[in-house]
Design a protein. Structure first.
Length: 369
């Protein structure tokens, strides 16, 4: 049953990915009658031979269906084409920006989920008291204030009026990130191998997620000098905190409401009657009820972080994928834009797939829809 569930979900997500790939190919070509138009910048209209050479260079001279098949073939080889802006393979351009987006999005996710669980549990435990009312008021306030407005105000306040934090970039100007790539790869893939071994021995599902994450953190810690890490953290503080504020309150409210909804259930009352400690009831029984909606919300939150990265990276001049997408769009580099949008779609589909698996693990009654 478990393998059947995974297989069905996998097939569904592969189908969705195929649809996304197809739309990602055809939609940009609907914008221009001639898809090579952005590449004609600076080329006179009467330079027919030069324009034809450009079309042939990028494969726009072939029939649309042939272009589509070529596009699919290149994707299988991880060949996303050549960037019109940077004059180098799109994969190389994205590879330089992906780590910076991961710094922003993963830091925000970890902080917001952790604090959201803590604040939500505190509010549920102290229902009707000042802790609870504070969480409720903050949720209303965070909904009323747009995150992008808060980001712009924070830049004006903490970067100019009170110059405490930098307002642009991911590192101090002149710094170059030094990374021991072989050491990073060795530690990280070593942790993945260790995960497989431990799972085969103990059959514990949580090892599948925790050990690689710990290995990733350890790999970063041992392969990048501390001064570089400190400088990156200093530059990332404002964008991470501002982005995490709204999602932290949302997670806290979700955990609070989910925990409160079961406080009068029979199994909770029975546990109290048996003298089970209040803390064990709180985290061992009521919090388990909050896990299902929390997992779903985290999966959706990853998609939200990806979508919001364009705006936040633009405000803080962060050199991530969001800024790169905007740059590609403004300069008509749609091969680069296609690759970034496809990457965003893959991350979203993968996040939803993992969410479904965790959801099924927590509640085996959940089947394929």
């Amino acid at each position: 049953m478990k393998n059947g569930f995974i297989l069905k979900k996998l097939l569904v997500n592969v189908g969705i990915l195929f649809v996304v790939i197809t739309l990602n190919f055809f939609l940009p070509r609907l914008i221009y009658s001639d898809p090579a138009t952005p590449y004609y910048a600076g080329v006179p209209e009467d330079a027919v031979a030069l324009r034809q050479a450009i079309r042939e260079e990028y494969g726009f001279d072939k029939p649309m269906f042939v272009q589509y098949l070529v596009y699919l073939g290149k994707l299988l080889r991880f060949d996303f084409g050549t960037s019109y802006i940077y004059k180098e393979p799109v994969f190389n351009v994205m590879f330089k920006r992906i780590p910076w987006s991961l710094v922003l999005s993963l830091s925000t996710l970890v902080i917001s989920v952790t604090l959201g669980i803590i604040f939500g549990a505190v509010a549920a435990k102290n229902r009707g008291k000042w802790q609870d009312s504070t969480i409720l008021r903050l949720s209303t306030l965070s909904t009323a204030i747009p995150t992008f407005w808060l980001a712009m105000v924070s830049v004006m306040l903490f970067a100019f009026t009170i110059p405490v934090f930098p307002y642009r970039g991911a590192m101090t100007e002149g710094y170059t990130l030094v990374m021991n790539k072989p050491l990073f790869a060795g530690v990280f893939f070593g942790s993945v191998l260790l995960t497989v071994i431990l799972y085969l021995i103990f059959r514990k599902g949580f090892l599948t997620f925790t050990v690689p994450l710990v290995g990733l953190a350890a790999a970063v810690g041992v392969s990048i000098p501390f001064d570089d890490i400190a400088d990156i953290a200093y530059h990332a503080f404002l964008p991470v905190v501002i982005t995490a504020i709204g999602s932290t309150i949302s997670y806290a409210l979700l955990v609070r409401n989910s925990m409160i909804s079961v406080v009068n259930e029979d199994y909770i009352l029975t546990a109290r009657a048996k003298g089970v400690p209040a803390r064990k009831i709180l985290f061992g029984h009521t919090f388990r009820n909050a896990l299902l909606p929390l997992v779903t919300s985290i999966g959706l939150g990853i998609s939200g972080l990806i979508g919001g990265s364009v705006l936040m990276e633009q405000i803080f001049t962060w050199p991530g994928m969001g800024n790169l997408l905007l740059e590609a769009n403004n300069n008509g580099d749609f091969q680069l834009a296609q690759a970034i949008l496809l990457l965003f779609a893959i991350i979203t589909i993968a996040a939803n797939f993992i969410t479904d698996l965790i959801y099924h693990k927590l509640d085996p009654r959940v089947g394929i829809v």
